[in-house]
Design a protein around this ligand. Structure first.
Ligand code: XMP
Length: 247
């Protein structure tokens, strides 16, 4: 069985764009999700499904979404920003596995040991963990950009993700300097951790620039979903990012 990171690397040969399934309407989340997956599956490598899409759905409906994604060759990432104690994290992970998820986004605020234990539990289930390091929205600096007596918060979080052997870290595509810094640090340490970046398009960042600054995967929601022609938009973004990686 391949690991989550290996499955992502395989899917990345087709595309490095991850579709963020964020509903704009509250009518039918199931139809919305399956429709969007069918529309752009040729141009993305994974789907990221947020809490707010999961909440109104039953576990069998969620399974229907992840099964469709898998049939379309896509990995499924649960964006629940998990941040709790060991035993509840374990149950959450088990439920996500049952619903067909391949990975979960977690908050390193939980602490190094708890994050390490989460990664170990996930790897046993052949799942991955992606740790938040720096979010993409404007006031992300109020948390991730805090300076503590030890170091900047995002550096501490990155260190925890490395120690825990997480599969990836989230750094907003809008955080140009942080992306560059972490990318240098990754090279220096020789760690194979992937950088996942939301914030492209609607939040102002450019996919190609982010890829050049160190993002391995671009998480895109509104810029694709709200486009006149989502498939065309996803294809153009995929092609531009692929060119940046092969340059
Ligand atoms: P848009 O529409 O702005 O959607 O392309 C972006 C998606 O990414 C999520 N988001 C984040 N998720 N860490 C995360 O785990 C982050 O730093 C972050 N910033 C944005 C957002 O919820 C949406 O699904």
């Amino acid at each position: 069985m391949t690991s989550f990171s290996e499955r992502m690397a395989r899917a990345a040969k087709k595309s490095r764009i991850i579709l963020a399934l964020d509903p704009v309407s509250r009518k039918s989340n199931l139809k919305y999700a399956t429709g969007n997956i069918k529309g752009v599956s040729d141009h993305v490598c994974a789907v990221k499904i947020n809490f707010h899409l999961l909440l109104p759905l039953s576990s069998s409906q969620i399974k229907e979404i992840t099964e469709l994604a898998h049939k379309s060759g896509l990995q499924c990432i649960a964006d629940i920003k998990l941040n709790d104690i060991d035993n509840t994290n374990e149950v959450a992970l088990e439920q996500l596995k049952i619903m067909g998820f391949d990975a979960v986004i977690a908050n390193p605020f939980m602490g190094t040991n708890t994050l390490t234990s989460l990664v170990q539990m996930a790897h046993k289930k052949n799942m991955g963990v992606i740790a938040l390091v720096y979010m993409s929205h404007p006031d992300a600096s109020e948390g991730y950009g805090l300076e503590t007596s030890e170091d900047m918060m995002y550096r501490i979080f990155f260190g925890r993700a490395i120690t825990a052997q997480a599969d990836g870290v989230i750094i907003g595509a809008t955080q140009t300097e942080i992306l560059r810094e972490i990318s240098m640090k990754k090279k220096e340490l020789g760690v194979p951790i992937d950088v996942y970046s939301p914030g492209v398009g609607a939040q102002g960042a450019d996919a190609v620039a982010a890829a050049k600054n160190g993002s391995d995967y671009l998480i895109v929601g509104r810029a694709i979903i709200e486009a006149k022609d989502p498939a065309k938009q996803a294809r153009e973004m995929k092609d531009a990012v692929m060119r940046a990686f092969s340059a």
